[in-house]
Design a protein around this ligand. Structure first.
Ligand code: SF4
Ligand code: SF4
Length: 377
């Protein structure tokens, strides 16, 4: 499959998705946020202009991209969000607004619909107003989210609700599913926290107990049987409790491009945590060149880069050795087997982290901050 210095040029490796992180500014301060822990850095404040984003949308479509996530941070903090939705439509992309919806007034939703936005995804932090606002670090956010979700449905948008799960909310999974039912969501994503960025920073506070994980599987299975015919339900088991890792982003440089607010192109949302990577920027290069030619997108394509046990493993084209960022963050080596894998010689790092969290003292959540880490509540 590699023909030129390990570069992959086969058609099945065209990207299907562009995740456009329009800004890292956000109203909420979730302690598991996937934005980089230095999201307040000056380089990310040089956000792409409207016309630069629209050019990227057209380049993405020509490259094969079909789906666009307009995300952040909070994408609604971009004053040009309606123009960007119109740009996505003009480029022929199916666009999703990925928002904390705090606030997302009716008039703005109408403007977005009329501009061509296809789909709305609202993140909710928990089943109750008090807990949702506590986890999001922003009082008063919950009713705004509920209002926005209802309005999105009224206006005819397909609605996805996204709940990030962890030790503080996993016991209320049933309440989250009931809320989704009440809001008549079309799709519900129940994704356990990924431990990189702010999530790794808060790992000891967020790690669920094994009992919580097992109970939540039962709650989910009941809901799937009851609601599965009218709601698309997705439940992502926590990595740390699996035998094998997931194929992170469908494999490095295989299915998706993530673009930071300043135009840095990355193969995944956490890739900035790998220190020796330099990210090609769409202000300097075409997206086509970035995808096919850049060293960064080619770094972990194919199998040549792999070490044992991945290199000779029968599962290597299923999970591609797991997550490169997690491998780096836990082992210090981005080429190592993801230690989530039970075959990794360093799997004990994960076993130690997941064992008996209920026996450890409760540590406070450290909330996301644009100024670096800020301890609160
Ligand atoms: S995870 Fe929370 S803080 Fe991070 S971008 Fe989403 S809503 Fe904002
Ligand atoms: S050894 Fe590597 S390729 Fe095999 S299952 Fe584990 S992570 Fe996947």
């Amino acid at each position: 499959m590699s023909d030129n210095g390990g570069r992959a040029h086969s058609n099945d490796e065209r990207p299907a998705t562009l995740i456009a992180e329009l800004t890292y500014r956000c109203v909420l301060r979730c302690p598991y946020c996937s934005n980089p822990t230095d999201c307040g850095d000056a380089r990310y404040r040089r956000e792409l202009e409207t016309e630069e984003w629209v050019r990227v949308f057209h380049e993405a479509r020509r490259l094969g991209v079909l789906q666009l996530g307009l995300t952040g941070g909070e994408p609604l903090l971009r004053r040009d969000i309606v123009e960007l939705a119109a740009g996505a439509r003009a480029a022929g992309l199916y666009s999703t607004l990925v928002t904390a919806a705090t606030p997302l007034p009716r008039e703005r939703l109408i403007e977005l619909r009329d501009a061509g936005l296809d789909h709305v995804q609202v993140s909710i932090q928990d089943a109750t107003p008090e807990e949702s606002d506590r986890i999001g670090g922003t009082p008063g956010a919950f009713p705004k989210k509920i209002e926005a979700a209802r309005t999105a449905k009224e206006l005819g948008f397909p609605l996805t609700l996204n709940f990030v799960l962890h030790r503080h909310n996993l016991d209320r999974l049933g309440g989250m599913l009931a809320l989704a039912e009440e809001l008549d969501a079309d799709r519900v994503e129940l994704a356990n926290t990924q431990y990189y960025g702010w999530g790794l920073h808060n790992r000891d506070a967020l790690m669920p107990t094994r009992e919580q994980v097992e109970r939540s599987r039962d709650v989910f299975e009941d809901a799937r049987l009851r609601l599965g015919s009218r709601m698309d339900l997705l439940y992502v088991i926590p990595d740390y409790f699996e035998e094998f890792p997931k194929p992170c982003m469908g494999g490095w440089g295989r299915r998706a491009i993530v673009m930071a607010p300043n135009g840095d192109a990355m193969p995944c949302q956490a890739a900035a945590s790998i220190p020796d990577l330099t990210f090609p920027n769409v202000r300097d290069h075409s997206l086509d060149w970035i995808w096919w030619e850049s060293e960064t997108f080619n770094r972990f394509r194919g199998f040549e880069w792999m070490q044992e046990p991945c290199r000779s493993c029968a599962r290597r084209d299923l999970d591609y050795g797991g997550c490169r960022c997690q491998a780096l963050l836990l082992t210090g080596d981005a080429r190592a087997t993801d230690p989530v894998c039970s075959l990794s010689p360093l799997h004990d790092i994960v076993v130690q982290a997941r064992e008996n969290p209920e026996l450890r003292p409760l540590v406070p959540l450290e909330y996301r901050s644009m100024k670096g880490t800020a301890l609160s509540r």
